[in-house]
Design a protein around this ligand. Structure first.
Ligand code: KG4
Ligand code: ZN
Length: 335
């Protein structure tokens, strides 16, 4: 009989459920309903709308896995960080399931979930360096032998993914902007616009994307009669500059830490240019590169289930009275 962990992810604008076998890591069920189209009209995520859509989607998705109920041994849910009302929808559902089916509850940090997207069907392999690039975060992490997470660099303002979202919005395109800008960039010439790489000659190991975003805004505003080619060229130059910025600081960190293993996670880790540039750095520093499958780079419950299994194996449970949502949580640790 399989020991299934049910995981719920609803920290932002994706409702997702997964059932994973705690012994074999086999993904027995996976479903995700993205709210992108609903939020696109507003150019970004509207929290109240997100919560309402989670409240509709999650029970519908749960109904479909009722045949598995007797095999579920624990229910896991993302409780931090994220949008408060979105997190609350998932946690409320997890509490109800825990009560109704008399199951232990596991609280999972969303960022640790992203790290586990590298090990969906295998044992985790720490120590390793990780670049986390999502809509809310841009961080270089070192997960050491004791599984302590050390933050080596992070952004001071916008995140990498968020800057793509904002550039797409400035051009009048939808949300999320990552894939839109990447697609535009494919047909553009990256040499037409000469955006300055942020903090290039600055020793600080940190990121900043707001200045680059403003350079792009000025370039867009200077267009008298914008043509599709202009947007393609701007997207291409912007994407190149943003990726150079990530890699410039990353290489400085590689020089210090000499990671033997390095992973890229988060929604924006799907970006092909970023992947190929980091691949070159890993080759240069003789480091093994770990990537999540493209389908599981963006928010999903499979990575939450996999992170939860680590806690399940150690019987690290919480209760319906103790579980809290921490929308702005900054502390995260695996052990
Ligand atoms: O991890 P994720 O699904 O949600 C958060 O936890 O924030 O990441 C979503 C972010 C969005 O900002 C989206 O525009 C960005 O990831 N993204 C990309 C790409 N695909 C998604 N950014 C750059 N290039 C992409 N191909
Ligand atoms: Zn995420």
């Amino acid at each position: 009989m399989s020991q299934l962990v049910l995981a719920i992810e609803s920290s932002c604008d994706d409702s997702s459920l997964a059932l994973m076998d705690a012994k074999t890591y086999e993904l027995k069920h996976y479903s995700k309903i993205s709210q992108e189209l609903e939020h696109a009209k507003y150019g970004g995520v509207v929290p109240e709308l997100a919560a309402r859509l989670h409240t509709k989607a999650l029970p519908d998705m749960l109904e479909k896995i009722s045949p598995f109920f007797s095999e579920i041994k624990a229910v896991a849910v993302t409780n931090e960080p994220g949008l408060s009302v979105s997190l609350a929808s998932g946690v409320a559902m997890a509490k109800s399931i825990s009560l109704a089916l008399n199951l232990p509850l596991i609280a999972v940090n969303h960022l640790i979930g992203h790290i586990y997207s590298l090990f969906l069907d295998s044992k985790e392999e720490f120590p390793m360096g990780v670049l986390l690039v999502s809509g809310g975060h841009t961080m270089i992490l070192y997960i050491d032998e004791g599984l302590k997470i050390n933050i080596l660099a992070q952004t001071n303002d916008d995140s990498f993914g968020e800057s793509f979202d904002k550039v797409a919005k400035m051009m009048g395109f939808g949300y999320p902007g990552g894939q839109i800008i990447e697609n535009l960039a494919k047909n553009g010439d990256e040499k037409i616009y000469n955006f300055t790489v942020p903090l290039l000659h600055d020793k600080r190991l940190e990121y900043s994307f707001s200045g680059l975003k403003n350079q792009v805004r000025l370039a867009i505003e200077s267009l008298k009669n914008p043509m599709p080619k202009d947007y393609e060229n701007i997207a291409s130059s912007f994407q190149k500059t943003a990726c150079i910025h990530i890699c410039d600081k990353l290489e400085k960190i590689f020089n210090i830490y000499k990671f033997k293993k390095f992973g890229i996670v988060g929604g924006a880790s799907a970006n092909a240019l970023l992947r190929s540039k980091i691949e070159q750095i890993c080759v240069k520093y003789n480091s093994s590169l770990y990537l999540a499958p493209l389908k599981f780079c963006s928010d999903n419950a499979a990575m939450i289930a996999r992170a939860a299994i680590y806690k399940y194996q150690k019987s690290e449970f919480t209760t319906i009275n103790d579980i809290q949502i921490n929308p702005k949580s900054k502390n995260f640790c695996i052990n």
